[in-house]
Write a protein that binds this ligand. Structure first.
Ligand SMILES: [Zn+2]
Ligand SMILES: [Zn+2]
Length: 180
């Protein structure tokens, strides 16, 4: 009898599976994952680790509305936690620093187009550069971010500093130190 495990067929949709964590980590809801904890892990598609509660919720709440509601709750938790970490006295411990950069990268990659994140980012931008007069704009030509240098294609949603006529990524203000 062959001991080879057949490769996953190309046309099957992989799903997160319940397993025991072999590494420490953190779910996007903020829960710490310890070695041995039950987690949901999507090995083939997203490679995202979820705590048991989040994994169960995602598995059970298949209906779009409920998923959306849960995402909004998750997003609010991420924003609140990001604010908390930003308010901590500097220098941050290395674990707090790691957590903060992970949260910011989640906001920038998964949630950047949501009104909540745009609002949060704009608040930080206004606090850091009160006279910049930021507003949301669409790039109408090729441009690049005045802060990180990324190039924008026409039609990209950005923050535009009216006072200095500079364009900034929607998410760049999330990285500002010492503003919250
Ligand atoms: Zn979780
Ligand atoms: Zn940028």
């Amino acid at each position: 009898m062959s001991k080879w495990i057949p490769k996953q067929a190309r046309n099957t949709i992989p799903r997160p599976v319940l397993m025991n964590a072999v590494y420490m980590g953190r779910c996007s809801c903020g829960s710490v994952i310890r070695i041995g904890d039950n987690i949901y892990f999507d090995k083939h598609a997203t490679r995202v680790v979820r705590c048991k509660q989040c994994g169960l919720r995602e598995a059970q709440l298949g209906a779009d509305g409920l998923v959306l509601q849960q995402r909004t709750g998750e997003l609010q938790r991420i924003i609140d936690r990001t604010k908390q970490l930003k308010m901590l006295p500097r220098p941050l411990s290395s674990s707090a620093k790691d957590e903060l950069s992970q949260l910011i990268s989640t906001l920038k990659t998964e949630f950047i187009e949501t009104p909540e994140v745009v609002k949060f980012s704009m608040e930080l931008g206004r606090r850091r550069f009160p006279t910049a007069d930021f507003y949301i704009s669409l790039v109408d030509d090729i441009a690049c971010c005045a802060l990180c240098g990324s190039n924008f294609k026409g039609g990209t949603k950005v923050l535009f500093a009216r006072s200095i006529q500079e364009t900034v990524c929607l998410g760049c203000p999330l990285e500002f130190e010492d503003v919250y």
